[in-house]
Design a protein around this ligand. Structure first.
Ligand code: ZN
Length: 197
């Protein structure tokens, strides 16, 4: 479905799922194929995410691609002006302005490929991915493997108790869990006990 040749009209692709589900790996695969097709590719990531590298996106299976760290979604517009294909990783660390930015890029004929977490550590939709899913032409949901039972996993289990929605980390702080094995701690949400259901 995604091997379509560019026709001059842009579109948005979203790759989303839990941590350890291969989102960045899939993003890098698509961007590298676009480069083989001699398209002008540019890749961005939020400045907040410096876990593996400052100027690269890196998948858990150690695929790498150079990327430009940006402080806000709006910075992408000017930087991507001459690109045919725009890759954006860790989209959940941008605010909702990313949606308009992606729309504008696609309206100007660019192929926009966005990867990010679709749920937070409580299993709640993680903006701006839900809004991007609504306007995207193509959606890929990636699944990890539940570390408890081996089932397909679409949730991210936080292994420490911290009430902040964003705690940047990797396998030392998070693991993939299925719906059944995912646990939400009482004191991790300000709303109280009901969220433990
Ligand atoms: Zn499980």
């Amino acid at each position: 479905m995604l091997s379509i040749a560019p026709t001059g009209s842009g579109w948005i692709e979203v790759i989303c799922g839990s941590m350890f589900s291969g989102k960045t790996e899939e993003l890098i695969r698509r961007l590298k194929r676009a480069e083989i097709a001699r398209l002008r590719v540019i890749t961005f990531k939020p400045k907040i995410d410096t876990r593996f590298s400052l100027d690269q996106i890196v998948s858990h299976n150690e695929q790498k691609k150079s990327s430009i760290p940006v402080g806000s979604a709006k910075e992408i517009l000017a930087l991507a002006k001459n690109a045919d294909v725009v890759g954006i990783d860790e989209a959940q660390f941008f605010d909702n302005a990313l949606v308009d930015v992606c729309q504008e890029l696609a309206n100007h004929g660019k192929r926009v490929i966005v990867a990010g977490l679709d749920q937070d550590y409580r299993g709640k939709p993680f903006e701006p991915i839900p809004q991007l899913l609504a306007v995207a032409e193509y959606i890929t949901k990636t699944l990890a493997i539940c570390v408890k039972c081996g089932a397909p996993a679409n949730r991210t289990q936080r292994l420490i108790q911290d009430p902040n929605r964003v705690v940047v980390g990797s396998s030392e702080l998070y693991e993939a869990r299925c719906r059944h094995c995912h646990e939400i701690y009482n004191n991790s949400t300000p709303e109280g006990d009901n969220n433990n259901l």
